[in-house]
Design a protein. Structure first.
Ligand code: GLN
Length: 493
């Protein structure tokens, strides 16, 4: 009998529907995998009973001859940034330790409504701030990947590193991620899986712990492009509880998947050829160009002249919004409260925040309050907002000449844990290719393209026009078919 944990979302859905196996068997198999993978530290909370209950509901529906829901029998992992009713939710921060939400986020509720079950809550960079998962207050996630003959632990990417690890290690067929500046795409690239950040506004932000509200978007991380399309359909949709939610129907992305790119133009932005980019990344990018040409697309060079200002603008805007969003953690309303003997209210605020936030979160709050303060606001925040507009215009202009853009996802393969921790700027540089699409609110996805000389995965990024997730998924699928990426990490955990 097949090991059910080798199956992806589409295969599980179809197998349950066709009666090849029971949803309960699937949930039991994944629960067992999760239980045996503590060494990876991917899960902050395990919820095997949630997965089993959803599976039993799917099996009962099938036995009763009902039409099954789109994700019936599919157990998934939930990034611990989504509030889940009755299940501890911490954003990997001590300041939320002990917080059990009395409500369910819209995205997670949408997934449960589609029949999915939850295997557990996934570790992440604290408040989704980071690119390696090392800012989690509950220990970093360790990538299931290793260099050959080398046991040095590698970063799973971040901030959705628990999600990338769970999917690539076969602990879950799919997982939710969130992406503010690359947190779905970069960890997907580091672990050899696929992930898509939809157009800003496609997925409701309600009940998702806020980092930078004008950038935050939820999206799926899964083994392949089809699985991402299926999961995104379930996650997306208008929600009156989020003022920035788009009032649009969710397209049937899976049904419209096609790898025929005839008549499509793929833009290659010349400014993404950054100095010091490893030869292997260049070569993979060229390979991606050849694959898309082979799929029928015409390749055009385009220019995004303000690309070099994207990273600095992002690292002003995101901390500015974060400093405001994180003001609510005061020791009164959620989680941790540090109340020194005889202390007043201000002391309690200060003590709680000093004890509860990690260093990276504090760094962002300090930067954010600085760039928003009187006297500096115009020099930093207003300037960054202007740059953001120019970046969005660059994309608009480029999309006059092409349908999608192709770039590398990250400037390197996974680095070792600890390697960039001491230097925040080196860490921020990892986001150089992912933040521009975030600032412009565009859909963007990472698909695995190949392996580097050490056998570690490398990802290719496709960026699309607003609302053109289909174009992104189709180009991703065209690459997936040609790349034939089947590498999986060897289990050592
Ligand atoms: N690595 C980026 C940061 O630290 C992006 C994080 C994210 O997308 N949540 O801000």
């Amino acid at each position: 009998m097949t090991d059910l944990t080798t199956l992806g979302i589409a295969a599980i859905r179809d197998g349950v529907r066709d009666g090849q196996f029971k949803a309960r068997e699937v949930a039991e198999a994944f629960n067992a995998k999760v239980a045996g993978a503590d060494a990876l530290n991917a899960f902050l909370v395990k919820t095997p009973e949630h997965a089993l209950a959803a599976a039993d509901a799917a099996d009962a529906a099938r036995a009763a001859g009902e039409t099954l829901k789109p994700l019936a029998g599919v157990p998934i992992g939930m990034k611990d940034l989504f509030a889940t009713k009755g299940v501890a939710t911490t954003a990997a921060s001590k300041i939320l330790e002990g917080f059990v939400p009395p409500y369910e986020s819209t995205v997670s509720q949408n997934l449960w409504n589609a029949g999915a079950g939850m295997l557990g809550k996934l570790n992440l960079d604290q408040f989704a701030m980071g690119s390696s998962n090392e800012t989690s207050a509950f220990g970093n996630v360790i990538s299931p990947w290793r260099r050959p003959n080398d046991t040095a632990p590698l970063a799973p990417g971040g901030s959705s590193g628990g999600s990338s690890t769970a999917v690539s290690a076969g602990l879950a067929p799919g997982a939710t991620g969130t992406d503010t500046g690359g947190s779905i795409r970069q960890p997907a690239a580091f672990t050899g899986i696929s992930g898509i950040k939809p157009t800003y506004g496609r997925c409701s932000r309600w009940g998702t712990i806020a980092f930078a509200s004008s950038l935050d978007q939820a999206g799926p991380m899964a083994r392949d492009v089809r699985d991402c399309a299926i999961m995104l359909e379930a996650m997306a949709g208008f929600d009156a509880k989020d003022a920035t939610s788009l009032k649009l129907d969710v397209p049937n992305w899976e049904a419209a998947l096609s790898t025929d790119l005839k008549g499509k133009k793929v833009g290659v932005p010349k400014e993404y050829r950054v100095d010091g980019m490893p030869g292997e990344i260049e070569a993979l990018w060229q390979q991606g160009i050849d694959w898309l040409r082979d799929a029928g697309a015409e390749i055009v060079e385009v220019s995004l002249p303000h690309t070099k200002y994207a990273l600095p603008a992002y690292y002003i805007i995101a901390p500015a919004e974060a400093s405001s969003n994180l003001a609510r953690y005061d020791g009164v309303r959620y989680g941790l409260r540090d109340l020194p003997e005889g202390a007043g209210l201000q002391d309690m605020y200060a003590a709680t925040r000093a004890a509860g936030f990690g260093d990276e979160v504090k760094r962002r709050i300090l930067i954010g309050t600085y760039v928003l303060s009187a006297g500096f606001y115009d020099a930093y925040y207003t300037q960054a907002q202007k740059v953001r507009t120019l970046i969005a215009r660059d994309f608009e202009r480029a999309f006059g000449e092409c349908d999608v853009l192709l770039t590398p996802t990250a400037p390197s393969a996974a680095f070792a844990l600890g390697e960039k921790q001491a230097d925040p700027l080196a860490m921020y540089l990892n986001d150089v290719f992912t933040v521009p699409a975030s600032l412009a609110g565009l859909p963007a996805m990472s698909v695995p393209g190949g392996l580097d000389k050490d056998g570690l995965p490398l990802g290719l990024q496709i960026i699309g026009k607003p609302l053109d997730e289909q174009g992104v998924l189709n180009a991703g699928l065209a690459i997936e078919q040609r790349a034939g990426f089947t590498a999986r990490p060897q289990a050592w955990w």
